[in-house]
Design a binder for this molecule. Sequence first.
Ligand SMILES: [Zn+2]
Length: 138
Amino acid sequence: MIKYNLVCKCKKTFESWFLNSAEYETLKKKKLINCIYCNSNKIEKTIMAPNLSVRSNKKSKKNKLEKNIKKQLVEFKKYIEKNYEDVGSNFAQEARSIHYDNKNSKGIYGKATAEETDELLDEGIEVTTIPWIKKVEN
Ligand SMILES: [Zn+2]
């Protein structure tokens, strides 16, 4: 006797005993194996080693996602470099002067420490931190 884990097209799984694998094939061909839940004969043996492939699928999906995000960040960086003024490490100072002096600015970007960023946000100055992509490998 041999026990198989079976899966129906209704996604339910159940176990069934067969004389041997040949009997399973014969019964399947004659559509004599029925789902105990929905009575369908669209039954398959469950594949026993899906774990690894599921994992690697997830990983490649994640890589793809990371690549897309990277690409968007690079586009975003290009946009900022084109439309904003680079103030380098004077960022916090410049951001304040724009905020408090109502200085006309097309927008600035530059470096600020996490502390400086927190202070600016506390003062109600809108700043956004983005990851700065240096180089993209294709
Ligand atoms: Zn079923």
